[in-house]
Design a protein around this ligand. Structure first.
Ligand code: 3H9
Length: 719
């Protein structure tokens, strides 16, 4: 796990060997302790180099060990032994030095990095803090403001930035280990006192209290209830104000609190869930590891509205040539300008040249004849999309993959309009498509595994959290959103206000409550869908029957607002009021409150007091219940898929791990009991009827979430 070699006659070279990321497992830690000891006790050795095998220094502590009883030598004394060594120890950093990996490097006396290396302390993203001395050494090395930035965000820095900040001593474009060995030879015998970071005082910082107050305020605001970022600030404060030993004690205490918190478990679950969704499988048995993606060189986007523009940018940024097609000349010109602007801004941010010449614009669909993949992003209308798919089938070379960007339309129906339905998949992007992390890759019963594999790989290249899901109304994300929104409407009828509902959801950790979100995305979107479903009726009717439509409870509140022209932010009025159309600052609207009062009176509804607990239970458990239906229907392969969708695309707080993880944390029996309770009170609301999978899981002893897959398989095989 840590290999030892003597090189250049007097340098002890220690190589961490624990693929794929050389995580600091118990065996690796033991290996480091043993090999460091060996190097220090060998009189022939003048200096030591630590590196990692396969071009990666170290990905940090072994996260898998966190769930079990930790064995093996602890990290802190191991790093102390390195720092207090009487021979220079040099870290040779290739690939990544993250978390405990960087903390190990900070214990070394010198750090040499390859120019392509990335360094960081991302513990905060796992609900932790750098607790192997990182929170105490980094501020001593680079100063409080820079350390606060790195530790509270967990961001990775390039080797160039690390050099500028003073984290590394040298950057090389050549063989890092050779450079480190050469360097180690050059510093052999030099005094090591000044190189021991723990012995440094923290660099002086004027107005420390004001700085910490400002940072803490910022962190609290963006943390949305996550506790790790706050603990990170407290740990750095300890570094800035206490002697090293006391700072380490504070680091340990804070870590102990975080380590046992549900949030750390949730965030670590998210880390593994994001990786697990890449190992997709379809009900047909097709899988990620047996399905080869097709190589892509040239792609096309049809329709350059908001979605098409974002998709074009995302494709061009992966290095593909893109034909961007828009039949209307004016739209095409506007789109060209917008896309070029987005590409330029993106390139500036990433410090690369903009890929402007990768995009060719055309008004003619014939221009896509030789592309490998087309993403159709025309208006969300099945007749229009069908026409485009028929045209594409006639124009494109044989084998071109045809993808539809849709948030709800039937991918199978579109596939059936083409002679090769196996080449059709849905790619549900989220606006703005070049920014939002989530991509639902929707397969139908006839989509080929290769088509799915290609779309999944493309999503990965775009840097998206890509999740393969089955075809159904709303796919996974929007299907679960429907009962969530409906419950919020019902709560307004029963006495809640948009402010109360939003506050409960935002305190839970959502980026935006359901009504602020509805104002942002536009109330007319749902109105159009409900009209299409035949649910919208004239507003003149009153009484209970108007609130039962198609045999179930229905709230016309959203429709009534739309009839008033209140479409949300874009019209300056919605569930809230705004200073002017397009403004983003939501203010409480007295009109809305009187409107709700009049509505309740008209329908004989008596407003009652509703608390946050009820808001959360009704909105969230209805959404979770739909998640269980989705699992039972085989639309999502596992709870991780649903959770990644909700965390990456729907503002679900990451530190709560996603809706299915949250249900597991709350306890399945409790979720079932509350759904049964609300279902009794609201028998005309089918989405409160507990799913049979939830019932069966509870009946089989509520297995932990990582065992649901087995339980679902077993339960299905017993049917
Ligand atoms: C820490 O260090 C705490 C200390 O401060 C204090 C302790 C007292 N452990 O991401 P990839 C697995 S906390 C275990 O696809 P890439 C990963 O699950 C740690 N496993 O590769 C995956 O497995 P599978 C702080 C790990 O090339 C495989 O390796 N460190 C770990 O795209 C490949 O991963 C971090 O937060 C780990 N530490 O990216 C860094 N890391 O193939 C976390 C990875 O079965 N890691 N795995 O799905 C990363 O950010 C990326 O993995 C890295 C490579 C950038 C290193």
């Amino acid at each position: 796990m840590a290999e030892y070699n003597l090189v250049s006659e007097c340098v002890g070279l220690i190589t961490l060997r624990n693929p794929p990321v050389n995580a600091l497992s118990a065996a690796v830690r033991q290996g480091i302790v043993d090999t460091v000891q060996r190097a220090l006790s060998d009189p022939n050795v003048k200096s030591v180099v630590i590196c990692g095998q396969n071009g990666i220094f170290c990905g940090g502590a072994d996260i898998k060990e966190f769930g079990s009883n930790m064995t093996g030598p602890p990290l802190i004394p191991m790093i102390h032994a390195i720092e207090s060594a009487n021979k220079p120890v040099v870290a040779a950093i290739e690939g990544s030095a993250l978390g405990g990996g960087l903390e190990l490097a900070l214990g070394c006396h010198y750090r040499i990095a390859h120019s392509k290396a990335r360094l960081g302390l991302p513990e905060v993203t796992l609900g932790l803090l750098p607790a192997a001395g990182g929170s105490q050494r980094l501020p001593r090395l680079i100063g409080v403001p820079a350390a606060l930035n790195l530790i509270t965000t967990g961001r990775h820095v390039t080797a160039a930035e690390a050099l500028q900040l003073g984290i590394v001593d040298q950057v090389t474009d050549h063989n890092t280990v050779d450079a480190a060995v050469k360097f180690a030879l050059s510093v052999a015998g030099r005094s090591l006192g000044p190189r021991r970071i723990s012995a440094h005082p923290c660099p002086q910082q004027p107005d420390l209290d004001a700085l910490f107050e400002e940072v803490m305020q910022k962190v609290r605001q963006s943390a949305r209830g996550a506790i790790a970022p706050i603990a990170c600030v407290q740990a750095v404060r300890a570094a800035a104000t206490l002697p090293y030993a006391q700072g380490m004690e504070r680091e340990r205490e804070l870590m102990a609190t975080l380590f046992t918190s549900g949030q750390a478990r949730a965030l670590q679950y998210c880390f593994f869930a994001e990786r697990a969704v890449g190992r997709w499988r379809m009900p047909s048995g097709a899988r990620w590891d047996t399905s080869k993606p097709r190589p892509l060189h040239k792609a096309a986007v049809i329709g350059l509205g908001i979605m098409g523009r974002g998709i074009t940018v995302a494709l061009a940024q992966t290095g593909l040539s893109v034909i961007a097609v828009e039949t209307q000349e004016k739209q095409l010109m506007e789109a060209k300008q917008a896309i070029s602007g987005m590409l330029e801004r993106g390139a500036k941010r990433r410090g690369v040249a903009p890929a402007l010449d990768r995009v060719i614009y055309s008004q003619n669909i014939q221009a896509v004849a030789d592309v490998d993949l087309v993403i159709e992003a025309v208006f969300e209308d099945i007749a229009l999309k069908t026409k485009v798919f028929q045209q594409l089938s006639a124009v494109c070379k044989p084998g071109t993959l045809l993808c539809t960007n849709t948030s709800a339309l039937d991918v199978d129906q579109l596939a059936s309009e083409t002679p090769n339905p196996e080449l059709v998949v849905g790619m549900h992007f989220f606006a703005p498509a070049h920014v939002m992390k989530l991509l639902e890759v929707v397969y139908g019963p006839r989509s080929s595994p290769q088509a799915v594999a290609t779309a999944m790989q493309l999503g990965k290249k775009m840097g998206k959290a890509s999740v393969a899901v089955g075809n159904c109304r709303g796919f996974v994300g929007n299907r679960m959103l429907k009962p969530y929104i409906e419950e919020a409407f019902f709560l307004l009828e029963e006495g809640a206000t948009p402010e109360l509902v939003d506050q409960a959801l935002e305190e839970f950790g959502f980026a935006m409550g359901v009504f602020r979100m509805s104002d942002l995305s536009g109330l007319d979107v749902g109105w159009r869908i409900r009209k299409g479903d035949g649910l919208v009726e004239p507003s003149t009717a009153s009484g209970r029957s108007t609130r039962i439509r198609q045999g179930r409870r229905y709230s016309p509140l959203g429709d009534l607002l739309c009839e008033e022209g209140r479409f949300g932010q874009k019209t300056g009025r919605g569930w809230y009021q705004y200073d002017k159309p397009g403004s983003r600052v939501a203010r409480s609207d007295p009109w809305l409150h009187s409107f709700l009062g009049a509505y309740r009176a008209q329908h004989g509804l008596v407003a009652r007091r509703i608390d946050h607990q009820e808001v959360l239970e009704r909105c969230l458990y209805a959404l979770i219940n739909e998640g269980f239906h989705i699992l039972d229907d085989g639309i999502a392969a596992g709870p991780e898929d649903i959770d990644v969708i909700y965390v990456s695309g729907y503002g679900w707080p990451r530190h709560r791990g996603g809706p299915m993880f949250y249900a597991n944390m709350v306890g399945l029996a409790k979720v079932l009991e509350r759904l049964e309770h609300y279902q009794q009170l609201h028998p005309e609301v089918p989405h409160l009827q507990p799913s049979s999978l939830l019932r069966r899981l509870v009946a089989s002893g509520s297995p932990p979430i990582h065992k649901w897959g087995e339980a679902i398989k077993k339960l299905h095989s017993q049917l």
